[in-house]
Design a protein around this ligand. Structure first.
Ligand code: ADP
Ligand code: MG
Length: 227
């Protein structure tokens, strides 16, 4: 049994059809230890978001092996993969991706209800308290600021206590001070829960907060250069 949070071996993936087909990931191998925070950096178009989607089980590679918390994702059928994702992987996007017709509480309760948690509403309320939004439970996303929406998204991602948390430029749509608050929150909750974090960022200051930085270039992991 592996004690890695994530293990990627020779991941290869092309996306698109015909002339727009792109060889996005070109043989990526990468291990992330349990409890580690890894910053994923690299130029625009280098494959960071796609790699995160593969780690999150939202995109299947053409070849290669991906193991998350000891489970080989390639061995799961679509239903089992969806269940595994709901339990074990938390995702935070740049653009929040909340359900607009649901309140903050309903958004956070949703993954818990899908996982048949008996106390979904109470747990969702506690998660919103933990991100400082105990006073906004019944607000809809449109009634919340960008920073507040991202706090709801963080609460939703962490509610099932996932083994890994992946975040794709989570501060990209926020001003600097608000973004800083989200980053502090992500790292605090990661520490408290003992979760593993893989964070895509353009911000060198943010990457520095991670235990380690992995740089992608044109679908490959760039070997670290000694300083
Ligand atoms: N569905 C798709 N079809 C075709 N090409 C895609 C698709 N998704 C991503 N790409 C291409 O793959 C490359 C990597 O994209 P992405 O993972 O979003 O990079 P990054 O997040 O590092 O900016 C880009 O050149 C992009 O145009
Ligand atoms: Mg991206």
């Amino acid at each position: 049994m592996s004690d890695k949070a994530v293990s990627l071996s020779e991941i290869d993936l092309s996306l698109g059809r015909g002339p727009s087909r792109v060889h996005v990931l070109r043989g990526i191998s990468l291990d992330v230890e349990k409890g580690e925070a890894v910053g994923l950096v690299g130029p625009s178009g280098s494959g960071k978001s796609t790699l995160l989607m593969v780690m999150a089980g939202l995109e299947r590679p053409d070849s290669g092996r991906i193991t998350v918390a000891g489970t080989d994702l390639g061995r799961l059928d679509e239903d089992a993969l969806a269940r595994f994702r709901g339990r074990s992987i938390g995702i935070v996007f740049q653009a929040f991706h909340l359900v607009p017709t649901m309140t903050a509480l309903e958004n956070v309760a949703l993954p818990l209800e899908l996982a048949d948690a008996p106390d979904a509403q109470a747990r969702a309320a506690a998660e919103l308290e933990a991100v400082g939004l105990g006073h906004r439970l019944n607000h809809y996303p449109a009634q919340l600021s960008g920073g507040e929406q991202q706090r709801v998204a963080v609460a939703r991602a962490l509610a099932p206590n996932p083994a890994i948390l992946v975040a794709d430029e989570p501060t990209g749509n926020l001003d600097e001070a608000t973004g800083r608050g989200i980053v502090d929150l992500l790292f605090r909750l990661k520490r408290e829960r003992g979760a593993t974090l893989v964070l895509v960022t353009h911000d060198p200051g943010l990457a520095q907060l991670c235990d380690r930085t992995v740089r992608l270039r044109a679908g490959l992991v760039e070997e670290p250069v000694a300083a």
